[in-house]
Ligand binder design. Sequence first.
Ligand code: SF4
Length: 375
Amino acid sequence: MLKGLELAAFRRQLLGWFSQFQRDLPWRRTKDPYRIWLSEIMLQQTRVAAAIPYYERFLQRFPDVHSLANAPEEEVLRLWSGLGYYSRARNVQKAAQEIVAKHKGQFPTRFGDALGLPGIGNYTAAAILSIAFDAKQAVLDGNVARVLARLGAIRGDFRESQLWQELQETADSLLEPKSPGDWNQAMMELGATLCTPKSPQCLLCPVVQFCEGRRLGIAESLPEKRKKRATVEVVLAAAVFADGRGQTLLLPPPESTKEKASADHVPTLVSRMWHFPTVSAAGEPRKDLMAFLRKELPEERNRNWELLPAGKVRHAVTYRAITLLPFLIEVKTLPRLSGAKYVPLADISILPVSNLTRKVARAALATAGLARAKQ
Ligand code: SF4
């Protein structure tokens, strides 16, 4: 890779571009490791524009590590609700509790200590420590790896640990030791704004003359595509009970032991938060759901509920394409289900629920409205 004067010019040009053109983002106005850490976790799998309002709301309620550590988990999940990937929220809170218990409330400054916290891997630890404390740690995630692969015209599958290790060594060799935090952010910014996955804007790129991928005319084809796992179609049916007062029932988040036991565990597929009773519908969805309810509610097995179809909601989880069929069940009295909570159907978000569960509730509400209009 680059050495000597070339390396110095590369660093100067990238940092000059970053200081002039960087986006003004809330987490760039602070050196507080807590705020930087929170932004890094929220930005995993979430776009910047979508993360900003969550970031600001979260910090208003939990302005420091102590307030987060001491909060009820349900409240943390509620403020995360809508961002998805809820294990991130749980891990952030567990890590906050460890920081209070083991590090006197201060984010650890040693790389190894940061890595020991739940939800913090190499990339996140390097990002936080370099930005907050100027630690000389180069970040490497998919975004930065794409930039490096193009700069060096590096081919191959990023999932191979040997190649990933080589990319990390390249990232380390490029890091500007005098300002590692700015350097890492400049690399990320280049990947996020110009060297994007599709159609890199090489004509605007501050380091175009160092780019081997561009010189060879192969930049757009890098990184090489990896083979996709075939999509598996999953059909689920959900029971949305509603009584005369508009109350419904939701079941609690699945237990973590069950989650680990099976990646196909139905409640885990639907949501790791509060959710409607849901069953895998391999055969006839209405019958499968009725059989499930009779099994879960043996004392109600002779009840002949009317299951009103409420459209379909589509959702994707990794390689699974989920079609969820909500059924509205209007009852006089809501059945008693172990662990259930009873909330207004129009306001289920008073519990931590996922976007998918909210969509199911909306579909059922629309069906309830239609049914009443017909009467
Ligand atoms: Fe990416 Fe193009 Fe810049 Fe190379 S020249 S780093 S491909 S934007």
